[in-house]
Design a protein around this ligand. Structure first.
Ligand code: HEM
Length: 342
């Protein structure tokens, strides 16, 4: 087969162990695919979305119910965004559970984490763009948390919201952050992250002298496996987008109401649960920031995994990292369930 552009993105051959699905779970590649779908569907939505408080929610309804295939495109955008967060979290877990973050991949671990944080912010800003009656409580709560940060809080609030009350004025800011500011950063960090995977020697495996399996596969075979994965993920996404409509609620009317019963988007429910316990700075800013910092420091403060363990699932030499990440995941899941069930 004559090499195409996609073939040139890969080295001519790679060790077979690096390409096994049971090793990578295909999660990083799936995250890239979802980001590409988000880019295309987002651009299509921009043809009809109106970033003005009086018309935004109506324009979302127009996209959903009147534009040919508009509902389908919006569902694709919505489900790709939700799946991206889940797939990125699975990818993070696999990187830690297979001890794949040690030198020289420490910096790329940080780049990946940066992309993940940006993806969460993109999901949040996108959720606000619906501008329906449900978004006011999370918008006010989220942006007020910024104000609690000592010294720079007011400055950050002004960057996020502009002036005035968030539920009246923040739409244009959030629109610009969503389609331009955050997107530019996610593109830069995302491309850098993918480039560093190759630059760091491909997917982490033990050095050749410690490997039991030294078989190599060609890039034709690698591209064939990637195309198969793209096919499977696309079918799942298409089926979800046909049968599960993205949420839509009535437009905000008159003075927006902030109700305590309103819910944050699902990925921030764990923070909303903690906010019930008191001090917004402690529970809404400090603790989430500490969780992020602890995750970021794993490759830097814990002992390096043993060479022979790199790429094997749940090896002994990085037990502590596994325990930390499992504890964080469990706490987030339990807090989320507490919020859902109360
Ligand atoms: C959210 C978007 C992300 C995208 C699009 C992405 C993309 C990728 C891809 C395509 C790979 C190579 C294939 C694979 O391992 O599946 C990879 C590897 C890697 N990623 Fe990510 N990633 C993301 C998030 C993260 C996060 C959150 C972390 C960790 C905090 C991370 C850390 C790494 C590391 C260390 C590698 C190299 C792993 C190895 O060599 O085995 N990435 N990423």
């Amino acid at each position: 087969m004559r090499p195409s552009f996609f073939h040139h993105l890969h080295p001519p051959t790679i060790p077979a162990v690096q390409s096994r699905w049971r090793h990578t779970l295909g999660a990083g590649g799936t995250a890239i695919l979802l980001m590409l779908i988000l880019g295309v569907t987002g651009i299509l939505e921009m043809f009809y979305y109106v970033p003005n408080p009086q018309e935004a929610a109506l324009s979302v309804q127009t996209i959903t119910y009147h534009v040919p295939f508009g509902g389908f495109v919006r569902n694709l955008h919505y489900w790709s965004a939700q799946l991206l967060l889940i797939v990125s979290a699975i990818h993070l877990l696999r990187v830690v559970f297979t001890a794949s973050y040690g030198r020289p991949r420490r910096f790329n671990y940080l780049l990946g984490l940066g992309v993940f944080v940006l993806a969460i912010l993109l999901d949040f800003t996108g959720y606000i763009l619906r501008w329906d009656e449900g978004i006011c409580y999370p918008l006010v709560t989220g942006t007020n948390l910024l104000k609690t940060i000592p010294l720079i809080g007011d400055f950050l609030f002004r960057i996020a919201v502009g002036g005035g009350e968030a539920c009246n004025t923040a739409l244009l800011r959030f629109y610009t952050w969503h389609i331009f500011g955050l997107t530019i950063f996610v593109l830069i960090l995302g491309v850098w992250h993918a480039f560093r995977v190759r630059r760091d020697g491909g997917i982490a495996v033990p050095p050749p002298q410690l490997r039991t399996d030294n078989e190599r596969i060609s890039r034709n075979e690698l591209v064939r496996r990637e195309v198969l994965q793209i096919f499977v993920v696309s079918i799942v996404l298409i089926l979800m987008s046909i049968f599960l409509p993205a949420p839509i609620a009535a437009a905000m009317t008159g003075k927006p109401i902030v109700t305590e019963e309103a819910r944050a988007p699902w990925f921030f429910l764990w923070v909303q649960q903690m906010l019930k316990w008191g001090d917004p700075f402690l529970f809404g800013v400090l603790i989430p920031f500490a969780v992020l910092t602890l995750t970021a420091l794993i490759p830097y403060i814990l002992p390096e995994p043993a060479d022979a363990d790199i790429g094997s699932w749940f090896p002994k030499s990085n037990r502590l990292a596994q325990i930390i990440i499992i504890a964080i995941a469990l706490i987030v899941i339990v807090l989320t369930l507490m919020m859902v069930l109360t």
